[in-house]
Write a protein that binds this ligand. Sequence first.
Ligand code: HEC
Ligand code: HEC
Ligand code: HEC
Ligand code: HEC
Length: 254
Amino acid sequence: MKKHISLLLLILGILVMSSTMVMAGADPGTGIKATSHDLSTATGRGGAWNAGVAADPTLDRICIYCHAPHHTIKAADAASAGLTYYPLWNHDPSTTATWSLYDNGLDDSNFESQRLQAVLTDPGSVSKLCLSCHDGSAAVSSYGNYNSGIAGSKHTGTKFIDGRFGIGLGGDLSNHHPIGFDYEFVASIDDEIRDSSNALLGDNPYGITIRELLFGDKMECATCHDVHNTKNTGTKFTWVADTNSNLCLSCHAK
Ligand code: HEC
Ligand code: HEC
Ligand code: HEC
Ligand code: HEC
């Protein structure tokens, strides 16, 4: 009898394991495949974002919406789009020209927050890469063929991001967590902001520190989110889950 039970448990175990393996792609930290950022037809969003562009059924690629090996954005075009970091970037840049930055409404120059206000700048380049889809100024599937002259490889999508996934729609970042400011400076004047040498709280198997998530000392979208779903343990690509506000408490000593 005992033997039968353990055999049954073994079979159940295998079943549970194989079902989680099928789900794996969408779980935090298991790679980009099958996440919201997998826009491919086969494993991803089933072509939901391909309105206006020819489907890519033969190759069915994941990276292509954001990167390509050849003919990606040229330095000159990146510069005119305000980009200083564009890793083989293949997506149309955001066309937003002016940004409304974070504003807490307070007007009191003695208050620490006013000092944040003073050092806030436009989103940095790495955030502008996110905003090229998330601010709704360029269609999600507008990508490819920067000045290569190859007919048919420029895709001009017609489906724009919207609703709660639209962050900074119309360039308005005023009601989102501040980005594009010098974290090190703010941490030096605000004793309730943790030093950047601290590791993120919660489930952080790679021991990632705040410092590793800053871009030229600045806080950006990718300071909280892991775009490729590789080393994060939180859903929605957050480096750590916000359970018990672990993400917030990683920086805010509240
Ligand atoms: C939805 C857009 C998107 C997709 C799809 C995407 N990336 Fe990225 N990738 C980015 C952004 C944004 C950055 C810059 C942010 C950063 O470095 O964290 C980046 C940075 C990179 C970098 C340089 C920094 C690093 O992490 O090494 C590499 C390499 C890279 N991506 C490879 C890939 C590959 C390979 C794929 C497909 C399997 C892929 N990416 C799919 C958006 C994307
Ligand atoms: C090529 C376009 C594109 C780029 C570039 C891009 N995203 Fe996204 N992102 C999307 C789409 C499409 C969705 C899914 C929206 C939906 O389901 O309606 C999404 C979803 C998300 C989500 C929600 C995930 C979830 O599981 O609910 C987060 C968070 C996110 N993106 C953050 C980022 C960040 C941060 C960057 C830059 C580092 C970025 N994205 C770059 C297209 C993009
Ligand atoms: C301070 C950390 C932080 C920063 C900075 C940040 N996010 Fe997020 N973001 C979060 C958290 C936490 C969530 C999950 C919120 C929830 O589940 O309600 C989230 C959710 C999202 C979602 C999904 C929205 C939804 O309702 O599901 C998108 C898209 C997104 N972020 C994009 C961005 C972009 C683009 C930037 C930069 C302009 C950015 N984020 C900057 C922490 C951040
Ligand atoms: C990577 C570090 C980091 C993370 C993660 C983070 N914050 Fe922040 N946040 C900051 C810094 C730095 C400031 C600027 C604070 C200052 O002016 O002293 C800030 C500003 C703010 C402000 C505005 C303060 C003001 O004076 O107007 C609020 C509110 C806030 N964060 C809440 C949150 C919440 C809620 C979360 C979790 C969802 C979170 N933060 C996650 C670093 C972070």
